[in-house]
Design a protein around this ligand. Structure first.
Ligand SMILES: [Zn+2]
Ligand SMILES: [Zn+2]
Length: 259
């Protein structure tokens, strides 16, 4: 028997879903069930002509013609345009995903390039700025001061290193602007960073990190604080193969470290 709506004599138990009248088995007008919502409609309410209702008397299992009540018909009418909109939206989502992937890849490539470029730099803080008006004298002053600082850290000749102050010039009483120092290679920068603990103020030399690296380091520091305040001991941030990680001190003794 087909699951589709069928016409039949109403039973006395059934009520029409539209007029709410109880069925009359003697009724010549057959009731019919909507193929969509399965509501029963009496002969007065389904609105089918005698010819039309004969279609539903066909004894075929695979009846193609379906009966829809007025409510279902009005719901179904906008369906094609809804489906079209759905298709358009699906296309749009796919395009957006593709674009998002492309942007993420571009951002990753840019980040890697930027990290590679910055790997040979160091940022030096707290070197007073020259009060000279002469640019060459200012540069000479910075170069000499940086060379003096680095000599106290490791044996690297940075007399020819390029360097410049970060940010726009400030008033004379403002704190000195940091200096970006471009060394010859990444290994020189690493040597300075690994040995900066020899300075009385190790914080005066830092790695030249990208904004993303700084953000990640900030996140790691917050995580470390949380773990320490929840009672965890012997944890710290160390650079392992160039990447900052939260590690247990005892693990450090067994692993390669190059901070
Ligand atoms: Zn009715
Ligand atoms: Zn219906």
């Amino acid at each position: 028997m087909s699951a589709k709506g069928k016409n039949r004599s109403p039973t006395s138990m059934e009520k029409c879903s539209k007029c709410n009248k109880a069925g009359n088995p003697a009724d010549k007008k057959l009731s019919i069930t909507c193929d969509c919502c399965k509501d029963l409609l009496c002969g007065d309410c389904h609105g089918l002509s005698p010819t039309e209702i004969r279609v539903f008397e066909l004894k075929t299992v695979a009846r193609v013609v379906t009966f829809l009540c007025a409510d279902c018909r009005s719901t179904m009418t906008p369906l094609p345009s809804i489906l079209k909109k759905l298709n358009d939206l699906t296309d749009e989502v796919q395009q957006l995903r593709l674009r998002q992937n492309m942007m993420a890849t571009e951002a990753a490539v840019h980040e890697l390039t930027e990290r590679k470029y910055r790997a040979q730099n160091i940022i030096v803080y707290d070197i007073p700025e020259s009060t000279s008006e002469n640019i060459q004298e200012k540069k000479k002053h910075d170069s000499e001061e940086v060379a003096k600082l680095i000599r106290g850290v490791c044996n690297i000749d940075c007399s020819k290193a390029k360097m410049f102050r970060l940010g726009a010039p400030k008033s004379a009483d403002a704190p000195p602007r940091p200096l970006k120092v471009i060394l010859k290679s990444k290994s020189e920068a690493l040597a300075v960073l690994r040995n900066k603990g020899k300075l009385s103020k190790p914080g005066s030399i830092k790695a030249d990190l990208t904004p993303l690296q700084r953000e990640y380091l900030k996140y790691l520091r917050e995580e470390l604080d949380k773990r320490i305040s929840s009672g965890e001991k012997d944890v710290t941030i160390k650079y392992i193969q160039g990447q900052p990680k939260i590690v247990k001190n005892k693990i450090l003794s067994n692993s390669q470290k190059n901070c």
